[in-house]
Design a protein around this ligand. Structure first.
Ligand SMILES: Nc1ncnc2c1ncn2[C@@H]1O[C@H](COP(=O)(O)OP(=O)(O)OP(=O)(O)O)[C@@H](O)[C@H]1O
Length: 252
């Protein structure tokens, strides 16, 4: 196996601090986090409620800014970009999957998948899109509207949309939060498949140890700090680690 630890991460943060508000009501959501998300791997971010998972993801993805420290995607330090260049970086290099599928109800499945490319005024790679449709198993649903699909199928459309522009990295925020366990497992398998088959990088925030077990690695946050990393996670090992974090007094 290649030496993953020496490969430059696809994205990450160094010395990341994020403070919301000021004075007595200030909340230190990230308190000096340094973490890299290895390229070509599926990483899950776990931790008790309020531990800073979403904040870390949003800052690493350039959806929010750090109070201090640095966030980077590839070789680019995000704080060096103005709004326009940050938008272009996100458009051209980053994909997103959210808990709410965020599909456009009036567009077909095919149109939803290619929407980011259409907005960017490019056709992308027809071969890539075609292969993606097979990866997500939606070839017989391409002309349906989102309302005609199950929740799991809608999230598969959202996953295809996230990968449509051949992004270097896809960030997923609780992608299985609105799905039953079977549909959730399918979406997680799909994310894992997309990482292996397209050599992309996925970073996923989740509460669910079963979901985290689909990742190659889990990073654990507690009280805004990185407290552990686990390779080759299983649901039982992740659950045990989470229990230990909760009993240390982290909010749950
Ligand atoms: N916009 C905001 N303004 C003020 N405080 C915020 C804001 N967003 C998050 N926080 C606070 O920052 C801390 C970290 O929040 P964050 O949403 O990152 O945690 P999380 O681990 O993703 O939580 P959950 O699992 O419940 O979604 C929490 O104490 C939260 O209340």
């Amino acid at each position: 196996m290649t030496t993953l630890t020496t490969t430059r991460p696809a994205a990450g943060v160094t010395g990341a601090v994020k403070v919301y508000g000021s004075g007595d009501t200030a909340v230190r959501a990230l308190d000096g986090v340094s973490v890299g998300f290895p390229a070509g791997r599926f990483t899950a971010i776990m931790g008790p409620s309020g531990s800073g998972k979403s904040t870390l993801m949003h800052c690493a993805a350039g959806l929010d800014t750090l109070s201090s420290g640095t966030a980077f995607i590839g070789d680019t330090e995000l704080s060096t970009l103005d709004d326009r260049r940050l938008t272009l970086l996100r458009r051209d290099h980053v994909g997103f999957v959210f808990q709410a599928f965020n599909l456009i109800p009036t567009l077909t499945v095919a149109e939803n998948i290619t929407l980011p490319l259409d907005l960017a005024g490019t056709k992308g790679s027809p071969e890539w899109i075609d292969a993606l449709i097979d990866v997500v198993g939606l070839r017989d649903r391409l002309h349906h509207r989102p309302a005609e699909l199950s929740g799991g199928q809608q999230q598969r459309v959202a996953v295809a949309r996230a990968f449509a522009g051949r992004p270097d990295i896809v960030f997923a925020d609780e992608p299985t939060g609105n799905l039953d366990s079977r549909a959730g497992a399918e979406v997680l398998d799909l994310l894992g498949d997309a990482v292996r088959r397209t050599n992309r990088t996925v970073v996923m925030v989740t509460h669910d140890p079963v979901a985290a077990a689909h990742a190659d690695e889990v990073v654990f946050l507690a009280d805004g700090r990185l407290v552990d990393r686990m390779q080759a996670p299983t649901a039982d090992k992740v659950l045990d680690r989470m229990k230990a974090l909760d009993t240390k007094g982290a909010p749950s």
